[in-house]
Structures are given as C-alpha cells and as structure tokens.
Design a protein around this ligand. Structure first.
Ligand SMILES: NC(=O)c1ccc[n+]([C@@H]2O[C@H](COP(=O)([O-])OP(=O)(O)OC[C@H]3O[C@@H](n4cnc5c(N)ncnc54)[C@H](O)[C@@H]3O)[C@@H](O)[C@H]2O)c1
Length: 405
C-alpha cells in the first residue's frame, strides 16, 4: 500500500513509519517538525539523541534498502498544499498522528491553549475536507486518546467508543447507540473529543472510511526496527510537559531523583508499549471499515495501573525514593478504570506487559542516556488553573519552580 504517515517524525509516528516500511509499504512522512521546535521553546531535548528526519530516512535506506519520503508540510495552516499533495500521491491509507499531544503543554498559558486548538482541529478538519474534495477513498486511521472518556469512576467497563442507551419516547422506550459521552480533562483532550465529532460527520455525510484509535499512555522506546541502528533510535520525552508518566519515573530513577507522584497517586491510567502500539496500527489498517460504515473505534491499550503502584514498581526495581507532590492537574484524586479492548485481542494482539519490559528500559535507555538529562526540566510546572498554580511552587528537591516560555 501507499501510506501517508502524518506526524511521522514523532514518538509514535517514527516507529510506525519503520514498521510499515519494513513490511514493504511505500511510506510518505508528512510533518512540519513543530515538535522539534517545541523542544527548543521549552529548552529540552529528547533523552535519546535524535538525528534530523532526513538523516533518519537516509540511515533506514542503508539498513533496509527501503526508501522513505519526507514532505515538510503544516496540515493546520497549508490547506492548499495538502490538497494538492493528496491529489498527486493518492495514498491508500493515511495515519494521522499530527497533533499537539501534551495535556500539560496545552494548559500552560492562554497562548498554548489557542495553539493546541488551532493546530489540532484545523489539521484534522483540513485533512477531512481535502479527502472529500479530491475524492480519495483512503482509509484514515487517527490516533485519539483514552482521555476522551474522562477519568471518573463509572462502575462499568468503558466500551470501545459507542454506548447503547435507552430513551423514553411518547410511544415507549427506544434503544439508541451513541458516541460514548466525552469528558475531557484538558484542552488537549478536548481537541481529541472534538475530532470525534468531525469524524462522525464526515463518515456519515461523505462516506469517508475512518478508524479512531483511543490510545492509552505509551511507554517504552524501542521497537524491532528502531533497534536496527543507533541512529534510528526513537525520541524519549522526559520533561514535565511531554514526558509520559512511566517514562518519567524511569529517568527519575536513573538520575537519583525522587519519583514524582501527584496528589495521592490514586489516578488509574491505561498503558500500552510502543511495540504494541505500532502493531495495533498494522492490525487496524488490515481491518478497514467500508464506505458508509460508522467510524470504527478501538481502545488501544493493554493494561491499567494506578500511578502510585507504578511508582512502587519502579522504586522496587531501582531503589528510587517516591515523593508525593501537589497535583498541578484538576482531576479526581482516585479513580477506577476498567476498559474493554476485545477488538485488538480478537485480531491477534499479544500484549507486552510492564512486568516483562520495564527492567530493560531502565538499563538500556534511561541509565545509558542519563547524562543528557537536565534536572531542572524534570518537574511538572504547568498548572490547570491559576489557583492550582499557587500550590505548585517547589520541586521535590525544594528548589523554586519556574515555567518556561
Ligand atoms: N504518546 C502517547 O502516550 C500518546 C497517547 C495517546 C494518544 N497519542 C496520540 O498519538 C499521536 C502521536 O503522539 P506522539 O507521542 O507521537 O506525539 P509527538 O508530538 O511525538 O508527534 C506528533 C508529530 O506530529 C507533528 N505535527 C504536529 N502538528 C502538526 C501539523 N500541524 N502539521 C504537520 N505535522 C504536525 C509534530 O511535529 C510531531 O512530529 C498524537 O496525536 C497523540 O495525541 C499519544
């Protein structure tokens, strides 16, 4: 297949590009490299040394013999170029990762809120409008998030995207299937919730074939392909805005920094290893909806854990201390999370569990590159409201926190 990977220079995008290329697909990366610019804005860098996208593509050709094509394009602001590109290349499938994806970054200031909404909503809508205009029947696979469901305890398993409800009508009770009600916990999660409505409309109005993957928090670094050459290594974010919780615990342990648990650490979250994430995308591609079908929604996660239990797990492996800090987010202190993921398991996914993969991440990645970590960028600084900001003032080592940009 000819596959366009939008956001193919990112943390999940890059290993997906390599995975699909290794399977013989013709892969085109579209990315505006905004994520690299945000690193510069925040004064951080990936824990792992990342080469330019052009260099990464060159190395992959050397290693695999396969060509990767890179196109520098901003999906949110360059609608005409996107439409022309689609009309010229006519991809069979499109995988859409190209959004601003950090909840803390989206809550940093009003400017970051506006940027996140403009970038994410326009990127998604431009793509949908251009697909309709060009008449290209590509299967669109979008990376959404488990966070659209919200993190309140519901007392039942969260279904895969849709909920059966009963409504009272004058002629009696009637059954209805609706999108599971969204409850976003940040501006970032709000954009993913809005994406869902855009998809619902374009699937029903124009017959676009769309799969939306509600992904859990991705952990880990390597996949089978990124291991093939040191310069193919994946990015690894550790800072307070972009670092995901488990990856942050790993680097904190590696530099003898307390594991930063926010609030009671009773928040339960869904997780998936990066290798499983790219496998799920492969499975979703092979299971495309037909024209006229509703949007296909999968829960792309493999296990759930409470944050404080994860901290204890990493502390047990490494001897690190755990620090309980004021929570910069506005969220429930404790929540249950039970999630259905039967569809991917039914398609053959065999999950990598935390228990089997964690130790090698600590040793092969976090300790190996620990010298590249700037301790001052480790604490989470972005607060959800001005009141909360007044409470989040010190890092676990007692230093005053300062926000960047
Ligand atoms: N990483 C996770 O734990 C996680 C969890 C759930 C869902 N997701 C979703 O998966 C997707 C990929 O996540 P990631 O961790 O790889 O993020 P990332 O920030 O590492 O990668 C996103 C890529 O998209 C590019 N991009 C952003 N806006 C763009 C635009 N307007 N035009 C062109 N390119 C643009 C960025 O430069 C970057 O390379 C995101 O949509 C995210 O919401 C990620």
């Amino acid at each position: 297949m000819r596959i366009a990977v939008l956001g193919g220079d990112g943390f999940v995008g890059w290993p997906t590009v390599l995975h699909l290329s290794a399977q013989g697909h013709e892969v085109h990366i579209i990315d505006n490299l905004s994520r690299r610019w945000i690193d510069t804005e925040l004064g951080v860098q990936s824990l792992t040394p990342m080469d330019s996208i052009q260099e990464r593509c060159r190395i992959w050709k050397e290693v695999s013999g396969q060509v990767l094509n890179f196109h520098l394009l901003n999906l949110a602001t360059e609608y005409e170029r996107l439409r022309v590109w689609l009309a010229e290349y006519r991809p069979d499938a499109i995988i859409h990762f190209a959004e601003q994806r950090a909840a803390p970054y989206s809550m940093k200031t009003d400017r970051h809120k506006v940027y996140t909404v403009n970038n994410n909503i326009n990127a998604t809508h431009n793509l949908l409008a251009a697909l309709v205009e060009t008449g290209i029947d590509a299967h669109l696979v979008h990376l959404g998030t488990m966070g659209v469901y919200g993190y309140s305890t519901v007392g039942a398993a969260i279904p895969e995207g849709y909920l059966d409800v009963k409504i009272d009508t004058p002629t009696g009770e009637r059954g209805l299937e609706i999108l599971y009600p969204t409850r976003p916990g940040s501006v970032y999660h709000m954009t993913k919730s809005l994406d869902q409505i855009l998809f619902q409309f374009y699937a029903q109005n124009d017959g676009l074939r769309i799969t939306d993957l509600h992904q859990g928090i991705v952990w880990g670094t390597h996949t089978d392909q990124t291991r093939r050459h040191v310069q193919l290594i994946n990015r690894f974010d550790y800072d307070g805005d972009y670092g995901t919780v488990l990856n942050r615990f790993l680097i904190q342990a590696a530099i003898d920094y307390p594991l930063t648990v926010h609030g009671t650490g009773g928040q339960t979250r869904a997780f998936i290893h990066i290798q499983d994430s790219v496998r799920c995308i492969e499975l979703a591609l092979a299971d495309a909806p037909k024209r006229g079908d509703r949007v296909k929604i999968f829960n792309q996660m493999t296990e759930t854990h409470r944050v404080r239990d994860l901290a204890q797990l990493v502390a047990g492996l490494t001897g690190a201390r755990v620090a309980y800090l004021p929570n910069p987010r506005k969220e429930a202190d404790e929540n249950e999370l039970v999630v259905k993921n039967d569809q991917f398991l039914g398609l053959g996914l065999q999950p990598i569990t935390l228990a089997e993969g964690l130790l090698s991440e600590v040793v092969d990645v976090a300790r190996k590159y620990a010298h590249r970590i700037d301790r001052s960028r480790v604490p989470a600084v972005s607060a959800w409201t001005k009141d909360i900001a007044n409470r989040v003032v010190h890092d676990p080592e007692g230093k005053k926190l300062r926000s960047v940009s």
